[in-house]
Design a protein. Sequence first.
Lengths: 89, 374
Amino acid sequence: MNEAELKVLIGRVTESVVSEVKRSEAERGISIAELRDHATELGGGKLPSAWKISYDTSGNLVGNAMGPAAWKISYDTSGKALLPGDGVK
Amino acid sequence: MLDIWKGVESLLDSYAEIHKEDFVAILYTSDAFESAAWVSAALEHRGIAYVRVWMTPIEDPDFESRLLKALPAPSELRRRLVLLSFERDTMSHTTSVLRAMGNYPPDNVVSLRAISAGPELFSVGLLPTPKELESRNTYLLERIIKAKSLRITTPSGSDFTVDLESSRHRWISNRGKIKPGGTVILPAGEVATYPVSVEGHFVADFAYNINTITENDVRLGGAPIRLDLKDGQIIEYACDNKEILSFIDTALATAFSHRVGELGFGTNFAVKTAIPLNSHVNERCPGVHLGLGQHNQDRSVVEYQCPIHLDLIANGGLVWADGEFVVDLADIPPSSNPHPSFTTDEDVFSPESSDDCCGLMRQCDVMADAVGAR
């Protein structure tokens, strides 16, 4: 696949993903993500790197009482292993 | 675009070891829609069956039911279920993903979860293969895991010593290698442990990485952060950039955040330049980082807990183990030996998770035997 074909493929699939995101957020009445429509013509093969998704997560920003953590590094293993069929035991 | 595509293909071929009869589930948050699109495009091009499941980060009450609905029944799988997840700032729903994986035999399911999803994850972070990362992790571990003390210097001016107790504190070796029924965190390329004590001066000149959402430019090349350390705690810190200093002031206002909870060495040799985003790609750079605040050990071993984990990252460095020079971190050669069996693989989880997050067996007893502690 050459670069031009790659751009067309990615453009088409990206349009599908963006529609999915908008639909999913609308169904849940969520407005935590705001699509910035730098690239409005997805079918024109614009590179996805022209877009940016931003979160309005003001409660999570540092400086606002440090908010909820986005991820954590501690964990508590207790010898549990993933067993077939039973979920984590 | 071609660099990104190369990383996508590396993810599928070298990390996931994808096969045309696998079924792939792509889990993604809105801020990682590009990553989901690139991988979807690659799977479509290869004719591999897949589904996408969108999720909200951290809290999503319906996520598990949507995920279970999207996944095939175990009897419908022709080969493996491969879960690929992409989030830019977060690592979410660990428990739900594990529960979903538990419905399949371990040999038929694997999970690769990317944090800091974005162009650089693919164009930089995923270019080294797991085998290449594993051989460099092995080289480091062979030389430092039995040491009682390390001395570390960096081109930026660091000079500090670290006391270790490897019979008690586990080592994490993050190298992107999948195991049946397990989870891999991406980007990969790090070995880390808990330092019993840290003394000296540390200068972070590459970047910082914090476990909260921030839009700051995290690069430190223009204004390094300087720490003075004693008894494993920061006693003084400074930075010539007022905004960075203010940010660090805020982070270190949290209880226990002055404690050094992690000694880490990045081994991902493709990471040469810091990126401005708050990203694990930066943390994997060949060099040394100190993780302030939350540690990487079981609560039964190191008791304190801290909601903040702030990695301060220095580029490169030289390491002496018990007085003997062992490695230049900027140029870690590959080891031809097998990777040690007594390390834990992964290091990042969603905030709600508290149990065995990756389906891994506890190996502390094995580790104790390996270092001759008993």
